[in-house]
Design a protein around this ligand. Sequence first.
Ligand code: GDP
Length: 688
Amino acid sequence: MNEAIETIRNIGVIAHIDAGKTTTTENMLFFSGLTHRVGNIDDGNTVMDYLDEERERGITIIAAAAGFKWREALIHLIDTPGHIDFTAEVERSMRVIDGAVVVFSAVEGVEAQSEKVWRQAEHYGVPKIAFINKLDRLGGSFDRVFDEINDTFGDCAVAFQMPVGVESDFSGLIDLVTFELVQFSGDNHDVVERSPVPASLREEAESWRERLIETLANHDDDLAMLYLEGGDIPLKDVKAAARKLTIARHIVPVFTGSAKNRLGVQPLMDAVVDYLPSPAECPLIKATRVKDGADVVISPDPAEPFTGLIFKVAASTTADLLFMRTYSGVLKTGMKLVNSRTKATVNIKQILRLFAKSHETIESAGPGDIVGLIGLRDCGTGDSLCEHNRSVFLEAMSFPEPVISMALEARATKDKDKLADALKLLCREDPTLSLSRDEDTGQSLFAGMGELHLEINLKRLEKEFNVPVRVGEPRVAYRETFKSSDTISARFDRMVGENELTAGATIRFSALPRGDELFTVTSSVPSMAHVSKTILTAAETALAGALKTGGNHGYPLIYVAAEITDIQITPDKSTEGAVVGAVLMAVDQAISRLGTRVLEPVMHLEIMSPAESVGEISSYLQPRRAVIHQMTEQAGVTKISCEVPLAEMFGFGKSLPKLSGGRASFSMEPRGFQELPAALASKQFGLL
Ligand code: GDP
């Protein structure tokens, strides 16, 4: 039996670091009761191996996607990485979730990363509910943070609860929808008690409730009618309007509590079921058909051909565990699917339902579900698995370029192989990590999207894989681009044994403006007929490879368009190897004739700071070549948006708390590459 689609909720909990995402999540799992269920039925051996290894490495499935039951629903909590270095991963998780719980701290309020992830959720059309957490803390305020949310995100927040007491007196909530006092008793606050609103809180609660009903009525005609008629509006109508408006993203219901003290968690879980959409209520997904690049609409219909997206890999030395979201059709054990990227057939041997600390084998899964698959070869994050009759890409297959690298080696020579295996495994899990070799020193170069991104992965090497490593200073991952544009013709002529090999290639190289496109390789050979498809593909692959290998300084070339305009073939003498040889010679000539300049990675940095620290922060940024685009102030908090070269930002995470007395927060993400200023280029590379 497939899970009924209406009962599924795929959600992400998103927040600024330290707002309480982990505590909230763990308590949801606690209350769902499933964290206490141990062991399971029907384990295949691969599964056991995988889990044993996972236990050894001290990680849990919960980190990626944990399922649990709450009321009538099956909720999947999808991990959304907290730090902005993981942009590609954040974006992927945004596609996979259908709704989000945004956690704010009642003390710190709206912080840089909470704003960032909120906007990302908006960009992907993800409906949200908000949870103002830490109401028990000194300085916590529901009203202030509620207003801040409205100020920052355009008056969308609607209070669905009101706290009773604050700081150490915080003891419960008023449910503004049912108009009841909600309290928590029992050792673990696992008993939820509902009673009439006490007289002392009535006035305040009524005013909040009035605001709630008014907002709903403003957006919903049916409710407006009932509101205008006067009298009590039935609970079911209030809930139905709230659900509709949340899913349509007209409102964001706001809840509150203290996750740490287990106050307010169960009502938040109820809200996930009541107000966030099931996969059946989400906008239809657009995919790209492999055979002709046409748009295809994928609907969550069991009768459609199967389509699923692998959104996460938990790599292991025994068998990788892949997390897949199903979008259409029904996945069944024994099915043969196609991986639209590799075109390889993929056999579905076992389908797992993943709970927080256990799993069970299931026979099939319908649309909108999240399942685990073990031991599929050559499948990775971002791959779409489809039925053969409809092969599509659910996601564009490009990952951002790494911007920072570190040299590393195992402390003990005996760990050398172990390190190599562990690094490969980490790269399998996260396509924005990459591994190369420093030709000069023979060390491994581990590259990623930011300082923290690498640091977190280095910690994993030591903690999970038990490989102590020695690491070099973080280094900026430079790139190069051509100084000008030109068309180059090169000829390959060589005697190989008795045979004369010859071929020519004409390629137009031009610079692309800084943007998303890193490089394009195309062919427009005039009379294609004389060049076979195999040779043309080999020529294009060689061309792309040569550009990546590097320019005059050994850094990969980007922002380059390379168009093969002609290939000169001599019958019997122009083998594939000869054509590739000519292409490589053309690239070499282009590099020396056109010249290259060095590019450095630029970061987009957003800082949210109390007004009094703005001066200090600006003086820190100015000598670091930052270009400040915007400074806006809202409720005493200044938001600074700027672009700054990554090379200048090492250690910023440690400096900012000192500059702001710990009160500023920031988010930083790569924004392409820019030319290294002449003075620096000459200092670092001896360039004129
Ligand atoms: P995350 O980084 O968003 O996952 O945040 P965590 O859940 O790890 O919480 C960060 C810190 O805040 C931890 O020390 C938690 O114990 C604490 N914390 C989380 N929720 C609450 C809360 O409701 N009240 C208080 N006082 N502390 C909390």
